[in-house]
Design a protein around this ligand. Structure first.
Ligand code: GDP
Length: 232
C-alpha cells in the first residue's frame, strides 16, 4: 500500500484519489455515537469488525481531532482531568454504511501522575493491544510544537512489541509556520524509520483549521473497509 502523506506546508498533496476522499467524507458524514467507556478488557465489545484507535499524551488535541473527524462538537470529551477514571472510549457510526469502531485511548504522560496510575494505564492499554486482532491501526498523536517526547517513544516501543501498526499524526499544525512544521515532520519521519511497526509517513493535521482531516477520514474509511465508488 502507498504511504499516505500530506504536504508539510499545509497544501495537501496526497496519494488519495478523489473517490477515496469521498469515501472518508461519507463515513464521517454519518452521525457517530458513543458506545461505551471500558475500564477493563472484559467489558470490550466483541472484536467482530474493523477498528482503529487514537492514542496520545494528554492535551495533545485528541478529543479535538476526533470531534473534527466526526464533525460533532463534544462527542469525545477532553481527557485532561488528572483524577478522571482511565477508560477506553468506544465510538461507532450509526448503522448503514459500514460497521467499525473508533477507540479513544486514555491520554498518557501527566507530569505528576502517580506510579499506580501509570501502571493502570499501561496494563489497560497493553491488554487492549494484545486482545484485538481486528485493530487495524493506532493513530499516535504528537503535538507538532513538541515533536516526539521520551514518553511517546516508550509508547512506540510498546506498539512495536505488540506488533500493532501505528501511524503518527501531528496535531495543532496551525500553530507552527511551514518551515518549523517541515523540520518536525522530517525529524519524526527519521525516527519512524527505526520502528518496525510504524507507518513510514506522518499525517499533519489541525483540528482548528481542518488541515489533514479529509486525509485522516479517508484513511479510517480505507481501514474500515468503506467501499470506494469509482466515478464514471
Ligand atoms: P486532549 O487532552 O488530547 O483530548 O486534548 P484537547 O482536544 O482537549 O486539546 C487540548 C488543547 O489544545 C485545547 O485547549 C484545544 O483547544 C487545543 N487544540 C486542540 N487541537 C488544536 C488545533 O488543531 N489547533 C490549535 N491551535 N489548538 C488545538
Amino acid at each position: 500500500m502507498q504511504p499516505l502523506a500530506n504536504d508539510m506546508t499545509g497544501d495537501t498533496e496526497t496519494s488519495f484519489s478523489a473517490e477515496e476522499l469521498a469515501a472518508g467524507d461519507k463515513l464521517f458524514l454519518r452521525p457517530w455515537r458513543f458506545v461505551k467507556g471500558v475500564v477493563g478488557i472484559e467489558h470490550l465489545p466483541a472484536a467482530d469488525r474493523p477498528e482503529v484507535a487514537f492514542a496520545g499524551r494528554s492535551n495533545v488535541g485528541k478529543s479535538s481531532l476526533i470531534n473534527a473527524l466526526v464533525r460533532q462538537h463534544g462527542l469525545a470529551r477532553t481527557s485532561n482531568t488528572p483524577g478522571r477514571t482511565q477508560e477506553l472510549n468506544v465510538f461507532e457510526p450509526e448503522p448503514g454504511l459500514v460497521d467499525c469502531y473508533l477507540f479513544d485511548l486514555p491520554g498518557y504522560g501527566f507530569a505528576k501522575a502517580p506510579k499506580a496510575k501509570v501502571d493502570q494505564w499501561t496494563g489497560l492499554v497493553k491488554d487492549y493491544l494484545r486482545g484485538r486482532p481486528n485493530l487495524s491501526r493506532v493513530f499516535l498523536l504528537i503535538d507538532s510544537r513538541h515533536g516526539l517526547k521520551d514518553i511517546d517513544r516508550e509508547i512506540m516501543s510498546m506498539l512495536d512489541t505488540s506488533a500493532v501498526t501505528y501511524q503518527v499524526v501531528l496535531t495543532k499544525g496551525d500553530k507552527l509556520n511551514a518551515h518549523k512544521l517541515k523540520a518536525v515532520c522530517e525529524a519524526t519521519t527519521a525516527v519512524l524509520a527505526k520502528h518496525p511497526a510504524a507507518f513510514p509517513t506522518v499525517l499533519v493535521t489541525s483540528a482548528e483549521k481542518g488541515q489533514g482531516i479529509p486525509e485522516l477520514r479517508a484513511t479510517v474509511a480505507q481501514l474500515a473497509g468503506v467501499e470506494v465508488l469509482k466515478q464514471a
